[in-house]
Ligand binder design. Structure first.
Ligand SMILES: Nc1nc2c(ncn2[C@@H]2O[C@H](COP(=O)(O)OP(=O)(O)OP(=O)(O)O)[C@@H](O)[C@H]2O)c(=O)[nH]1
Ligand SMILES: [Mg+2]
Length: 203
């Protein structure tokens, strides 16, 4: 089965995207397959509203486990399956909480092992276009540099509903060339048509 990893820094909207994109793709009830450290996989079922309430939060590193949804996607006359994978966000430095550190290590392994990467960047995190300064935060730069060379890869520029987002998107597009950048609002399910097109070309 094909796999797509949704990754990025903490709090950028990965879980919000996974839930709302699954809904956009026609899922009515979410079955999250959660890999347990004991080696088995638990299935946690939620209604869409329940999942949004329980799994999305303003707190950083809410997601600590690898949790995935299996999507059935109509492509022509066939049905293709895709695992949409959500995992722990990556941050700079050494996190004080061991559980988070281990979770980040699992995300790094997933980045290495997954062929299709959707890298969510919070449009708020784009810095001003100053000479000699990167417009991306170091972690976003590392993910971009690695995944764009090795994988099928796109940046999802999230939170485009925010007021200054358009200006930051311009800066992002001007500085990051030859990479697919799809502006989205995971919260308001905007830009999903473009993401679906990319997913369809992969499955
Ligand atoms: N304005 C706005 N807020 C968003 C959007 N997407 C997500 N958020 C908010 O961003 C916060 C983090 O969302 P999550 O989906 O939990 O982010 P995450 O990347 O899974 O975070 P971790 O699991 O902690 O790494 C929540 O308060 C969401 O409501 C968006 O498109 N627009
Ligand atoms: Mg999350």
């Amino acid at each position: 089965m094909k796999k797509c990893l949704v990754t990025g820094m903490p709090n950028v909207g990965k879980t919000c995207f996974v839930i709302n994109f699954a809904e956009y793709m026609g899922v009515k009830e979410l079955k999250f397959h959660v890999r347990q450290r004991a080696g088995y996989t638990a299935i946690n079922s939620y209604s869409l509203s329940e999942a949004r309430k329980k799994l999305i939060s303003v707190k950083e590193n809410t997601t600590k486990e690898i949790q995935l949804i299996k999507l059935e996607i109509n492509k022509g006359k066939t049905i293709r399956e895709l695992q949409l994978i959500d995992s722990c966000g990556l941050s700079d430095g050494i996190h004080p909480d061991e559980e988070v550190r281990l979770a980040m290590a699992r995300t790094l392994r997933l980045i290495r092992d997954t062929e299709f990467i959707l890298h969510i960047i919070d449009i708020k995190n784009i810095k001003n276009d100053k000479k000699g300064k990167d417009i991306l935060l170091p972690v976003d730069r590392l993910i971009l540099d690695y995944a764009s060379m090795e994988k099928k890869y796109a940046i999802l520029a999230n939170k485009m509903d925010l007021s200054f987002a358009e200006m930051n998107l311009k800066i992002l597009k001007k500085n990051i060339k030859d990479i697919i950048i799809i502006p989205i609002s995971a919260l308001y399910k905007e830009g999903f048509k473009e993401v679906k097109k990319m997913v369809l070309s992969y499955v």
